[in-house]
Ligand binder design. Structure first.
Ligand code: NAP
Ligand code: G4F
Length: 344
């Protein structure tokens, strides 16, 4: 029998890749988004699936809206991808971030408990919960130490998911996902900011790219690989928490270096701290500057995860390497910058 999946945050990066994955597996996919969505369905259109999804209006800050949708759709599985997902913005909007990213999850879990406690639930947890991590690589057992309002809100969501699992026997799993990127990534996140702006610089449409802490290290994988892990969590007999990561960390500086090379720019670095600059050796022009505006009040310097449990228990495996990911994003943005068309 055909299964129905309700995907919240369907207009986002992961919403698009997960919906495509579920459609390929024969699911009926119902995508929930806000009536006031700031994103169009352009990511879904980009993957050629916009017309294959049913859409419902739902805002995670409104309990009645969440209840009505779960009642009407009667899903077998809910993937909760909706969130205010930008760490930088969470410092500016901590209360809103908590409402959506923390309490929003309780609203969904309450809807499941009320409508049908047999619905399987995926919560989009994050490596940001480890924050100032005490060990590296982090595992499902590493203590949490969040460093920003986003991480704190997501930690509440993570624990409430575990609580509904234990208290009510709901099949509720948390994916503790490390940074995953793609050509569909929002342009406020550092990877896409780098590839989109360096591509514009290459075509003379922009002069410089301003970055913050380029020594920060992240464990970057490809979003298309990670959505398969989400699905695998909900097919497992037992619900649990799983880390999805690559096990390798790279600096923002390395990401910029490889992006520049993929775009045909020969990047060399000069200077230190806020005076550091990235120069294109061929033209001699400064193309990267450091702007303290992009520093965070509290930074997470390094995150790197161990995907051992997911690999061994779920049979999950990532396929795209760091270098392939950077190349994929740089080439997609090269084309967009050349054609001058950005829809996300
Ligand atoms: P994204 O591109 O920012 O998408 C977030 C989605 O949430 C958008 O569709 C947005 O819809 C929706 N949303 C925001 N506020 C909402 C609200 N009040 N009610 C309903 N929908 C709302 O994020 P992503 O990269 O796909 O990430 C998906 C999830 O995984 C997020 O929960 C994120 O926190 C988590 N996560 C991401 C990563 C990563 O590296 N990508 C890693 C770990 C965890 P609009 O179009 O209406 O704005
Ligand atoms: O790309 P970022 O904004 O991603 P961040 O903060 O790691 O969060 C992303 O990954 C999390 C999983 O670990 C998700 F839960 C979350 O939803 C989101 O998807 O920043 C990465 C690093 C940071 O250390 C930041 O300080 O890059 C540094 N950075 C340096 N210059 C910059 C910039 N980040 C941004 N966004 N913009 C800059 O100019």
């Amino acid at each position: 029998m055909q299964k129905t999946a309700l995907v919240t945050g369907v207009t986002g990066q992961d919403g698009a890749y997960l919906s495509r994955y579920l459609l390929q597996r024969g699911y009926r996919v119902v995508g929930a988004h806000r009536a006031t969505s700031i994103h169009s369905r352009s990511r879904l259109a980009c993957l050629g699936i916009e017309e294959h999804i049913e859409y419902v209006d739902m805002d995670l800050v409104e309990l009645a809206s969440v209840l009505r949708v779960v009642e009407a759709v009667r899903p077998d599985e809910i993937y909760n991808l909706a969130a205010q997902s930008f760490v930088g913005r969470s410092f500016e909007q901590p209360v809103y971030t908590a409402d959506v990213d923390a309490l929003g999850v309780t609203r969904l879990l309450e809807a499941i408990r009320t409508v049908n406690s047999g619905i399987r639930f995926y919560q989009a947890s994050t490596s940001e919960m480890f924050g100032c991590a005490l060990h590296a690589p982090q595992t499902e057992e590493t203590p949490f130490f969040p460093r920003n309002p986003y991480g704190v809100a997501k930690l509440y969501a993570h624990w409430i998911t575990a609580n509904y699992r234990d208290a009510y026997g709901i099949h509720a799993s948390s994916g503790i996902l490390y940074n995953h990127e793609s050509p569909l990534r929002g342009r406020e996140f550092v990877t896409r900011k780098i590839t989109s702006q360096l591509a514009l610089i290459k075509y003379g449409r922009q002069k410089e790219l301003a970055l913050g802490n380029i020594d920060a290290k992240r464990d970057w994988g490809f979003a298309g690989d990670y959505v398969e892990g989400m699905w695998r969590m909900l097919q497992s007999d037992k619900s649990a928490s799983y880390v999805l990561a690559t096990g390798q960390a790279h600096t923002v500086r390395e990401f910029a270096q490889i992006s520049a090379a993929e775009l045909g720019l020969d990047l060399v670095w000069e200077g230190k701290g806020i005076h550091e600059r990235g120069i294109d050796r061929k033209s001699g022009k400064t193309i990267i500057t450091i702007d303290p505006e992009f520093y965070r009040p509290t930074e997470v310097e390094t995150l790197v995860g161990s995907p051992c449990k997911a690999e061994q228990t779920l049979g999950w495996k990532r396929h795209v390497s760091f270098e392939e990911l950077v190349g994929m994003m740089a080439h997609a943005d090269d084309q967009l910058a050349r054609d001058g068309t950005y829809s996300f």
